[in-house]
Design a binder for this molecule. Structure first.
Ligand code: 13P
Length: 253
């Protein structure tokens, strides 16, 4: 099963444009074989898009959530409210949120609250820079362990890890990572997950690649890189490109 997640970030500005993007997605079949597609729009658009999508196979996710289900937390979005609005997934610990001040401890609490509420967590990890000495492995390992502090072992079925090297994200990125970069890191991440959750649970956590994914490099990450899926930023806002990425995933064995 491949998981293709579109992270729309804070785009587009208008609900009408969000509806238009979703309306233009063209997938090869109503039921996508061996592939799950999740669109993560700005939170306010989740409800109207759930209504618009109806029986479509596209699922909706949030780009962030909070550490508890309810309370006096002005302006936060509860994981329980997300579930009740029709969201099935939540991205947690994206580097753009960490850059806004979210630390590993908060990320870990959000991941736990999200799975407890019934969401599938897409936990993001990734190094800021790649040093020739390979210290970035240590950095990612530390971030992964800290972000999973207290995560319940019996809920790993609803855990997905996305490897998103920060240097490969966004329009100012030097380049995407290579499928080899990803493969190496995903083995490292898997080993950490096995240490943390045991062989069978650790091995079954899907690992996605994210960072400048497009319709041209998607196949390489899925095939040569062995990725269980992709976390797509910019290209997920273009319905033709995102549809093509999904088509590539459907055709990758
Ligand atoms: P881009 O695909 O635009 O580089 O964004 C990646 C990302 O941050 C997805 O979460």
């Amino acid at each position: 099963m491949k998981l293709i997640v579109g992270n729309w970030k804070m785009y587009p500005r208008k609900l009408g444009d969000a509806k238009a993007i979703v309306g233009k997605l063209k997938f090869p079949a109503k039921k996508l074989p061996r592939t799950k597609v999740v669109v993560c729009p700005p939170t306010l658009y989740i409800l109207p898009l759930v209504a618009l999508l109806g029986r479509s196979p596209i699922l909706l996710g949030a780009q962030n959530t909070f550490t508890v289900d309810e309370g006096a937390y002005t302006g936060e979005t509860s994981p329980a409210a997300l579930v009740s609005s029709g969201a099935t997934h939540a991205i947690v610990g994206h580097s753009e949120r960490r850059a806004l001040g979210e630390d590993d401890a908060v990320v870990a609490q959000k991941a736990i609250a999200a799975v407890r509420s019934g969401l599938t967590v897409v936990l993001c990890v990734g190094e800021a820079v790649r040093d020739p000495g390979g210290a970035y492995f240590t950095e990612v390992g530390r971030e992964l362990r800290a972000s999973l502090s207290g995560f319940p072992k019996n809920m790993t079925k609803r855990l997905v890890v996305a490897y998103e090297p920060i240097w490969a994200i966004g329009s100012s990125a030097l380049r995407a990572a290579t499928p080899e970069d990803f493969r190496e890191m995903s083995i490292f991440i898997k080993r950490n997950l096995v240490d943390r959750f045991g062989k069978s649970a650790g091995f079954s956590v899907p690992i996605l690649y994210g960072g400048s994914v497009d319709e041209k490099n998607a196949g390489g990450f899925l095939k040569e890189g062995g990725a269980d899926g992709l976390l797509v930023g910019r290209a997920s806002l273009d319905p033709e490109r995102f549809s093509e990425i999904v088509r590539v995933a459907v055709n990758t064995r």
